[in-house]
Design a protein around this ligand. Structure first.
Ligand code: ZN
Ligand code: ZN
Length: 179
């Protein structure tokens, strides 16, 4: 694996004494788990800094990339720029496996090894910035409800036909405004 693909930071030099460490990298293909992660149009860039001060570790970072989502009207793959920032409180506790979140009394992520796995933090931040839906462009005409043709590319005539015959023209207009 290309060292650039590694999503972790080595904190060995600041585990026992105060200090700051930074790391950066790039994620290709998808952010998150192999199955179910978020597909990327372009590699996503990330950078993090961990500061150890008074027994506390502060993780702050950012990830920038372009996700691929389906246009909600015509289903075309659509690029969605994502800029995510995150900050978490961490605590070092030898013996903890991976990264473990404890929510009470405040959110603290425990880690037990000098090599801190960042993949969960990066995925979480990226996923939180994802919109629920997207459109390929503001006035995407969508798909024909009768034959499924992409109305941005062809005019199959069905929609005009429907408008003439249906008593629900007004309702249809309203639905369009809502969608
Ligand atoms: Zn579209
Ligand atoms: Zn049609």
């Amino acid at each position: 694996m290309d060292p650039k693909d590694v999503q972790s930071i080595n904190l060995a030099s600041i585990l026992k004494e105060p200090g700051t460490k930074s790391a950066e990298g790039q994620i290709e293909g998808r952010v998150g788990p192999e199955a179910g992660g978020i597909p990327l149009a372009e590699p996503a860039d990330w950078r993090v800094t961990v500061t150890h001060m008074g027994g506390e570790f502060w993780l702050s970072g950012e990830i920038h990339g372009e996700a691929v989502m389906e246009c909600r009207r015509c289903l075309k793959p659509t690029r969605v720029p994502i800029h995510a920032y995150f900050q978490h409180l961490l605590a070092y506790q030898p013996g903890v496996e991976g990264v473990k979140l404890v929510e009470e009394p405040e959110e603290v992520y425990y880690f037990g090894e000098p090599e801190l796995d960042l993949s969960g933090f990066l995925y979480q931040a990226f996923a939180l910035e994802m919109p629920l839906t997207t459109v390929c462009h503001e006035d995407c005409a969508g798909l024909c409800p009768v034959c499924g043709a992409d109305l941005n590319e062809t005019d199959c005539g069905h929609v005009r036909e429907l408008k003439k015959t249906t008593p629900f023209v007004a309702l249809e207009g309203l639905l369009k405004e809502l969608s």
